[in-house]
Design a protein around this ligand. Structure first.
Ligand SMILES: Nc1nc2c(c(=O)[nH]1)N[C@H]1C(S)=C(S)[C@@H](COP(=O)(O)O)O[C@H]1N2
Ligand SMILES: [Mo]
Length: 526
């Protein structure tokens, strides 16, 4: 039985290796692990997904894929053990799971061809065959006794009865299968990794022109020099990433198109990347925030974006906002990986710097952040505005269409809530008594932050020093020197936005429209 289980695992390995190779010929996203992983992300209840993002952060996808591999390993083991008694059943089991992988692959929203079923099917067929052959070796040479017994029992007990099976044949087949799988899988992996060379070249070639409407220089006082505080501009490499893509789409800017169409669009238009590049470019500092960011959490970042004004494009297509009689109140953006994101047309056209961004912090968008083009809308959480790898904009109504996250229980409309975060000292830090700098960031995009206050334990609120404001669409740093006395202390922060609204202390979960509540940090002063 142990050898049966081993055969199962070898057959499973061979399946995945071959599937990887076939996926390299079809497309990387069609590999069974990616397809099943994508399907399970979509099927995961919002609460679980939120939990995964919170606990594994950007590693959530790695954890998911390892989980799928672990499940597959157990299945392969079981089928292999089963095959010792029921050879066909074990092999048929492989075909069933291949079928599931194939079904997942062709039903992905970004699947455009039945060819996506091939990696799973070819892989499963090879696995089934290999299992059949390997288990055959285990049962091939029958002792008269076991043959008379009609069973293959002894094979299961192969470790103790070398006479009952073709040991040489099994070992040879197993070793060559493992070696062949490793080779095939390795070639598949490297082919998959080298896909998108055209896209990478198109990004490397791209030189962003200087924007006709540059961002105002960041005021000198906007970035404080305090150890531990978040950098005012978040470097691309440190910028948080939240999306459902197991394989980052690699789109070629040269063949990229954006189609704008739908309800009340008098002149539906398709734009190329060059079309956008040759329009008036604007450059703006905008702080992005994820709705899954918990109080005090890391899913917020500030970048300098270069792009085209979305409102101008929409106007050119003959689109009017609802307040001017426009028929559509929801703008649905669709990405190359099948994401759908709904934003209020009114917000996008109300004069704020909603843009189709082509550049981030002085370089073309990184692939992780949406190359070649993504949407950015100041003041709205990413899941209702910041579509990466965008390819399509459809004008519709909130009544007639629910995009991806809304179908999973999140709000249709989600302006960013006023929030503040203590960056330093860190939770459970042990600073020395004396002056300790408390510092962090606060954000209330498109309203602006007017005040930050800090409270030590149950003491009075103390006004923090606000760093200079870049724009009301960016976060603002703050600091407060504290005469720290020995013992345990709880530091709490709250912000007030430019409408005069004080950040609420009412704790809510991230679902459905963003967490609220004050951020606290507990420290022990020594
Ligand atoms: N295509 C696509 N775009 C997407 C998402 C996604 O899952 N797929 N996630 C959105 C969410 S929830 C957020 S918060 C932002 C995050 O952008 P970033 O990864 O560049 O920080 O992208 C948005 N755009
Ligand atoms: Mo998000």
């Amino acid at each position: 039985m142990a050898l049966g289980a081993l055969s199962g695992v070898l057959a499973g390995f061979a399946s995945l290796a071959l599937a990887e190779l076939v996926a390299a010929a079809v497309r990387p996203q069609s590999s069974p692990v990616i397809a099943v992983g994508g399907a399970s992300i979509d099927a995961t209840p919002a609460a679980v997904k939120d939990w995964a993002i919170r606990h594994f952060g950007t590693n959530d996808k790695l954890v998911l894929q390892l989980g799928i591999l672990a499940v597959l390993a157990v299945l392969a083991l079981t089928l292999g053990a089963l095959a010792v008694w029921f050879r066909q059943v074990g092999a048929a089991g492989f075909l069933v799971f291949g079928g599931i992988g194939a079904a997942a692959a062709v039903s992905r929203p970004d699947s455009t061809s039945l060819a996506d079923a091939l990696p799973s099917l070819v892989g499963a067929a090879a696995g089934a065959l290999l299992l059949y052959v390997l288990v055959g070796r285990l049962t091939k040479v029958k002792t008269p006794a076991s043959a008379a017994g009609g069973g293959t029992w002894e094979a299961g007990d192969g470790l103790s009865s070398s006479a009952g099976w073709d040991r040489r044949g099994f070992v040879l087949a197993a070793v060559s299968a493992a070696a062949a799988s490793a080779a095939v899988g390795g070639v598949g992996r490297s082919l998959n990794a080298s896909r998108g060379q055209g896209a990478i070249a198109s990004r490397n070639r791209l030189v962003l022109p200087s924007p006709q409407s540059p961002a105002q220089p960041i005021p000198k006082g906007a970035g404080l020099r305090i150890p531990g505080i978040s950098a005012f501009v978040t470097p691309n490499a440190d910028f948080y990433r939240v999306d459902t893509a197991l394989v980052v789409p690699k789109l070629n800017a040269a063949s990229w198109r954006l189609r704008i169409h739908g309800k009340g669009v008098r002149r539906p238009t398709t734009y190329s990347f060059d079309d956008l590049l040759h329009r008036e470019l604007i450059e703006r500092d905008i702080t992005l925030t994820c709705v899954s960011n918990e109080v005090g959490g890391p899913y917020v970042g500030n970048a300098r974006w270069i792009g085209v004004r979305l409102a101008d494009l929409l106007a050119e297509c003959g689109i009017k906002p609802p307040s001017q009689g426009g028929a559509a109140d929801q703008l649905v953006s669709r990405s190359a990986d099948g994401m759908t994101i709904g934003s209020p047309v009114e917000d996008v056209m109300d004069g704020r710097d909603a843009m189709l961004a082509l550049g981030m912090n002085g370089e073309p968008l990184p692939f992780d952040h949406g190359f070649p083009v993504r949407m950015v809308v100041p003041g709205l959480y990413g899941f209702v505005s910041a579509c990466k790898w965008i390819e399509d904009i459809e004008l519709t109504t909130f009544d007639s269409y629910d995009p991806y996250w809304v179908k999973r229980g999140w709000s249709r409309r989600a302006p960013i809530k006023t929030a503040s975060r203590i960056d330093t000292p860190k939770p459970f830090a042990r600073p020395k008594a004396g002056t300790v700098m408390i510092a962090g960031v606060a954000w209330a995009q498109h309203r602006g932050v007017d005040r930050v206050e800090v409270r030590i334990d149950d003491g009075p609120w103390q006004e923090a020093d606000l760093a200079g404001e870049d724009t009301r669409d960016t976060w603002r740093q703050w600091s407060l020197p504290w005469r720290a006395t020995k013992g345990g202390h709880t530091l709490t922060v709250r912000a007030t936005d430019r409408t005069g609204a004080v950040q609420t202390d009412k704790r809510t979960r991230t679902i459905p429209d963003g967490a609220s509540g004050w951020h606290s940090v507990v420290v022990t002063v020594e």
